[in-house]
Design a binder for this molecule. Sequence first.
Ligand code: MLT
Ligand code: MN
Ligand code: ZN
Length: 300
Amino acid sequence: MRIRVLGSAAGGGFPQWNCGCPNCRGLRAGTLKATPRTQESVAISSDGERWALINASPEIRQQIESFPPLHPRQPRHSPIAAILLTNGDLDHCLGLLSLRESHPLTVYATDRVRRGFTEGNVLYRTLERFSDQVTWRVLKLGREEELTSGLSVEAVAVPGKPPIHLEGRFPPDAEDNVGFRVRETRTGQVLAYFSGVGAVSPAVAQALAGADGVFFDGTFWSEDELPVLGLGDKRARDMAHAPLSGPHGSLAALETLRASRRIFIHVNNTNPLLREDSPERAQVTARGWEIAYDGMEVSL
Ligand code: MLT
Ligand code: MN
Ligand code: ZN
């Protein structure tokens, strides 16, 4: 299985347009040992011909251009055979509206995520220019679905929440936020893709346990990362992102994973992991974890 990281940052990217935190300022000033990152999305393929995207970021156009295997091979064509959505957050869905140039799309999501994006959304009409412009493949928790040639996917419920713009509209639901187990038929290799995780529940731990490669929520290093920097009062748990550090953090909870590649993705611009010479970064890499960057390639 070939995996290409198109974007590795959390919502807002790195640097974020309205952020003057030490990381964003240092990156702009060139004083930080760090590289810019666009918002989270990865492309995966078994045959190198047909690709599935996990999440459609607001930077999807630039991300497609950054990776030639995603370029058209005919006057009207796209190697993107499927788009999977982990949840309805705009950093994961807004890119769908950018793919509005009258091309058929196949989108895999839970029914909650599908409804959250399509219902009452007048902008969605741009993806209804002809019948079947978007084919929704509804993912049921725990049921494996064929994805594109040689790959199948299973959605796993993950502690999370509805997107900010739908908070309070519906009661929370197990289908609001999922992770994926993507399996390659030919090799049996499994990629566990869990980029938004509110807590490492037993189901999450089980879904990761047998995977050959793991992408995991790397949003925050600490629970109070934003308030400490004077960036509002939301704590990591209010945003449904388990922090990495601390006795209940994801690093401790995932100590026994056997996957040969373990990678943190959806990294927020405030996270000290982005500084390549930070002690936090050294601590994480010493434990066998990698930090995703735009353009990273992984083979399983
Ligand atoms: C998140 O990951 O919590 C969301 O992307 C936040 C947001 O939508 O801004
Ligand atoms: Mn996000
Ligand atoms: Zn920042």
